[in-house]
Design a protein around this ligand. Structure first.
Ligand code: CA
Length: 233
């Protein structure tokens, strides 16, 4: 994806650039509001009008705030998905942010895993090309867009939420994913929900994708969450 990061904390902006670039994205960074708006509207420093797939917008910026940038983008008819970053709970008024046209928001400090997953979700909703459309772990294949899952030739029926939890794990093979991160990504309103709810969905997933095939592909990482065995178990 082409991603614009507008963030005045230079250290954070750089770590976002490094992390997102390492994930295969093309990243541009602006450190103040005016430059951010200019880049967002131009669709990139080099012009060409290819545009960004997602804009990552810090709320408190020198020059223009994240709200103002987002409002002006929408006023110019720019539909690029915007993920708003905010320093702490309370600084950000979610309603105001959504009024300004932001698509999602994330409170600092955030986990990079959650950020990456939210960006993918935004891009998917916007219909951007998603290279990782089909996920694979051994002979387990998941097509999140087509809502289909199979192990080998055997089709497996999953509910929408089971499918989303499994996608969350399969997008990060071999990495431990915290229950809270899964909750943040899969549930629309994760606030106030006990992260242990994720156990219920992992349990039913194991009964569908592992037990009938004698596999153990979703491993429990004690004290953290779950890890998808890269070889599919
Ligand atoms: Ca800031």
């Amino acid at each position: 994806m082409r991603i614009l990061v507008v963030e005045d904390e230079v250290g954070l902006a750089e770590s976002l650039r490094r992390g997102l670039s390492a994930d295969g994205h093309w990243v541009e960074v602006a450190h103040d509001g005016h430059r951010g708006l200019e880049l967002a509207l131009a669709g990139g420093a080099t012009g060409g009008g290819a545009g960004y797939d997602v804009v990552l917008l810090d709320l408190m910026l020198p020059g223009l705030t994240g709200y103002e940038i987002c409002t002006r983008m929408r006023a110019q008819g720019d539909p690029t998905p915007v993920l708003m970053l905010t320093a702490k709970d309370g600084e950000y008024d979610e309603a105001e942010g959504l009024d300004s046209g932001a698509d999602d928001y994330l409170t600092k400090p955030f986990s990079f895993v959650v950020l990456a997953a939210r960006l993918r979700a935004l891009a998917r909703r916007a219909g951007a090309p998603d290279r990782g459309a089909t996920l694979q772990a051994g002979d387990l294949v998941l097509d999140p867009q087509g809502r289909r899952c199979r192990r080998g030739a055997q089709e497996i029926e999953l509910t929408a939420r089971e499918l989303a939890v499994l996608a969350c794990l399969m997008e990060q093979p071999g990495r431990a994913v915290a229950k809270q991160d899964i909750l943040d990504v899969v549930w629309d309103t994760p606030h106030g929900i006990d992260p242990n709810i994720v156990e219920v969905y992992v349990s039913s997933l194991r009964k569908k994708i592992d037990a009938p095939f004698g596999r153990r592909s979703i491993l429990t990482v004690h004290g953290t969450g779950y890890r998808m065995a890269p070889d599919g178990g």
